[in-house]
Design a protein around this ligand. Structure first.
Ligand code: ATP
Ligand code: MG
Length: 154
């Protein structure tokens, strides 16, 4: 369906700030895309955004700053979800989208998961002709950027 991603994000974040607060966190938003309309399966796409935010909370031990932005670039809608958590080593960044892959982190944080969230995220983004990339530095944080063609470009 035709989805206003700005509106969808604001709705998700309304429900999500409780989790952020539990991590003594702050939410920073710049949801400013002027053309926020994309053609997506709203249920799956909601899950995608939720998965990325869930990871941001899970992999930031404390004092989380969750930054969520949208903007337009060359006929695309871009969404970024950024945390200031444990980060991901360069050598692992390609593999995080593989099914069942989890970064072997020792005892830094004891976080449960199956390693399936990002495989699902990638599959849904691909199915919508979008792209996803990761920028991350260990102990600094992680940013995921999703790009989707806007409705006008479909
Ligand atoms: P689940 O299936 O419950 O999502 P998961 O969170 O372990 O389990 P993914 O979401 O697929 O699985 O993430 C894969 C791995 O990538 C994680 O185990 C973690 O090591 C790393 N990772 C993902 N997101 C982040 C992040 N925001 N910061 C640091 N590491 C991350
Ligand atoms: Mg996950």
């Amino acid at each position: 369906t035709e989805t206003d991603v700005n509106e969808l994000l604001n709705m998700i974040l309304d429900n999500f700030w409780v989790k952020v607060h539990a991590k003594h966190g702050q939410l920073r938003t710049e949801i400013q895309a002027t053309d926020p309309f994309v053609l997506v399966d709203e249920t799956h796409f909601t899950n995608v955004l939720y998965n990325l935010m869930d990871n941001a909370v899970k992999y930031t031990p404390t004092n989380l700053v969750l930054t969520v932005k949208t903007w337009n670039e060359k006929g695309n809608l871009c969404i970024s979800i950024q945390d200031n958590g444990v980060g991901i080593k360069k050598e692992y960044q390609k593999r995080i989208f593989d099914k069942f892959f989890r970064v072997p982190t020792g005892n830094v944080h004891n976080v449960k998961g199956f390693g399936l969230g990002l495989a699902y995220v990638k599959q849904i983004v691909d199915a919508h002709h979008g792209t996803i990339k990761v920028e991350s530095e260990v102990n600094i944080g992680t940013k995921f950027i999703i790009t989707l063609p806007t409705l006008k470009n479909n």
